[in-house]
Design a protein around this ligand. Structure first.
Ligand code: GLP
Length: 238
């Protein structure tokens, strides 16, 4: 739990998470990073951009992607990851993957993504935010802890939360591809960040509630190597 103003806590959390990622990359130049979108991880990317690291061989797999948006739509997660992570850090674009971005059929995109992660040797460190509903990636309540990358329907709450990125709520896609909870738990280390009062219930449930599919974030309790970085508001219900 990081002290200070919300902005100070965000910056510190970003620097701490960046430090964890940097030590992985320093010991393994072709490390496999698990990338996340959303506003929460932004301080990590800006902290990483300030470090002098060789990103040329680092590989990346995003957690999730909308289904039904053109890849060049500015709010596709491919576009977001390019804009916020790949370009500022100088990652090699062909080494960074987003579910469904190989152009093959959507129905089997999950299996292909799982195979690509396996071939890369698995994710070394996975960045996570958490949604108000307790979702991680786009694994909404009810998702199996054994789930793998697959097509899911977004909940109305998540579509409403993400409407701020689109011209209107109707434009938010109905479906997504997301790594499963089982996929996420396979990463060798997890780092979860959350900021703000709106996340307090999800954080308390994920960290201290029962391990239950009704709060997907609680799956992280099953992982042996997790770092959680919170501001005081997000931690206020612990
Ligand atoms: C989105 C993403 C999640 C993210 C969450 C929280 O729907 N699919 O990966 O963790 O919502 O977003 P934010 O960090 O903007 O609060």
């Amino acid at each position: 739990i990081l002290p200070g103003t919300p902005e100070e806590a965000r910056v510190t959390a970003g620097e701490l998470a960046a430090g964890l990622i940097a030590s992985v990359v320093q010991s393994k130049p072709d490390a496999v990073l698990g990338l996340a979108t959303g506003s929460t991880p932004l301080p990590i990317w800006s902290a990483l951009a300030r470090l002098d690291l060789d990103w040329s061989r680092v590989r990346g797999f995003a957690l999730d992607e909308y289904v039904g948006l053109p890849a060049d739509h500015p709010e596709s997660y491919r576009a977001v990851i390019t804009r916020e992570v790949v370009d500022p850090l100088g990652l090699t674009p062909s080494l960074v993957h987003v579910p469904g971005d190989d152009g093959g059929p959507i129905a089997s995109a999950g299996d292909r993504y799982e195979a690509a992660i396996r071939e890369a040797g698995g994710v070394d460190i996975q960045v996570l935010g958490i949604g108000r509903t307790g979702h991680i990636g786009f694994n909404e309540p009810g998702s199996s802890f054994a789930s793998r990358t697959r097509v899911k329907t977004l909940t109305e709450a998540t579509r409403a939360d993400n409407a701020r990125f689109f011209a209107s709520a109707d434009e938010v896609p109905m479906h997504c591809l997301t790594q499963g909870l089982g996929t996420i738990l396979d990463a060798r280390a997890l780092v979860l960040l959350a900021f703000g009062e709106a996340k307090a219930d999800a954080v308390a449930g994920a960290l201290e509630g029962p391990v239950s599919a009704s709060l997907p974030g609680s799956a992280i309790q099953l992982h042996p190597e997790v770092t959680v970085l919170l501001d005081e508001a997000a931690a206020s219900k612990l």
